[in-house]
Structures are given as C-alpha cells and as structure tokens.
Design a protein around this ligand. Structure first.
Ligand SMILES: [Zn+2]
Length: 79
C-alpha cells in the first residue's frame, strides 16, 4: 500500500528526487574539479625522454615515450 503524500507524489518519488539532486550535485562537483583543478593529474606525469628529447605528459602506467617508445621511468619526474 502506497501512502500518498500529494496525490500521486509518493514518498518513493520524494526519495528518488532527493537522490537525483544528490547525484547531480556530485556529478557537477566532479566536473568542476575536472575542469578547474589539477586533481585529475594523479595518473599523469610530465616527462622528458632522454632518448629522443620528447617532452610532454604521459600516463604513469604507460611509462613509455609516445614518439620512440623508450621507457621513461616512473620515478624520474616525481617530486
Ligand atoms: Zn623518446
């Protein structure tokens, strides 16, 4: 038995609306960090290839120069 709050607007709808607002706020906050902050750089490092001189940003997981495929080393660019 559904207990109507306002006509067909039930408690379930209210919960869904609140959940939607929370999710929307979370997504907007995540997008804000993505475009304004540098927190997303956790898996990206600035690197310079000692073999060919390439400089740029590369994934820590890849660890290889995109130009000559030489191993860049994960520890070189860490602070
Ligand atoms: Zn290289």
């Amino acid at each position: 038995m559904n207990a109507p709050v306002f006509g067909s607007f039930t408690l379930l709808h209210l919960l869904l609306a609140v959940a939607g607002i929370v999710v929307a706020g979370y997504v907007l906050s995540a997008l804000g960090r993505l475009f304004s902050g540098r927190k997303q750089d956790a898996h990206v490092q600035a690197a310079r290839c000692s073999a060919c001189g390439w400089q740029g940003r590369v994934s820590r997981l890849a660890g290889r120069c995109p130009r000559c495929n030489a191993p860049l080393g994960d520890r070189a660019a860490r602070p």
